[in-house]
Design a protein around this ligand. Sequence first.
Ligand code: AMP
Length: 289
Amino acid sequence: MFICHTAAEIREFVRGARAGGQTVGFVPTMGYLHEGHLELMRRAKKQCGVVIISIFINPAQFGPNEDFTQYPRDLERDVKMAGDVGVDAVFNPTAEEMYPAGYCTYVDVERITERLCGLSRPGHFRGVATVVTKLFNIVNPDKAFFGQKDAQQVLVIKRMAADLNMDLEVVTVPTVREADGLAMSSRNIYLDAGQRQAALVLHRSLKMAAGAVASGLRDASSIKQLVIDMIKTEPLAVIDYVEIYSHPDLEPVDKLWGPALLALAVKIGRTRLIDNIILEVLDHVSHDV
Ligand code: AMP
């Protein structure tokens, strides 16, 4: 596998792949890989001739009091795991490579960033959109793969790619979960045994809400309240937000009439976890048949 740390080197690698007639798949990550990341890479490998991943803990997307310095890192392990699923190249730049002295250009996606994690983490999506734009410009992929786990992020990237006429396809990959339902996340490593157990309330409450919608509940505030009530039964859980928006437009909804994103952010101890589910309303299908 090809491992490099500069934009010039990965560009050269991509040039070679293209000259050989290969399509290029790209999976941006912050490393400390888990099955969720690996699933993105497997999908990329199925759909593209050459797969490149980036491992870069992007300082621009962390707030001043967030976990940038503690964020787990293990490049050697990551490289081995990526190699095992067939990744062809790892781009692992330094912060200086990505943001050299004098750097002053940022990408701001409006509206859909002004809710959910965009409210709780001011500047987060500006950092994400900027680094992803830079990575897309460096790697120049045909397809880029993002996880539904970060539902708002993938919508922001799709919006940005469309708005800025980026010549690539953004592919969404379903959330990969542990056997007990916890969404895989590099941050799960922060949880002790009791917190790990408490964290199950996120997925449990999402499933409960999906069940309520399947039974006919359509009122968004009632659905939200059910979720809030369930999360509050867990003493270690502190709600950041529980929200429902139309999907994929992220417009406010009162009554569910089409696909809606139920998204939540919950702190368990000092660890902020996010999870989501798309609530499908199938009424229109039953009218059609
Ligand atoms: P991160 O390293 O956390 O920035 O994540 C890199 C990519 O992996 C993003 O597109 C995430 O949405 C995706 N990802 C993270 N966790 C999961 C998961 N449990 N299932 C699917 N994709 C995930």
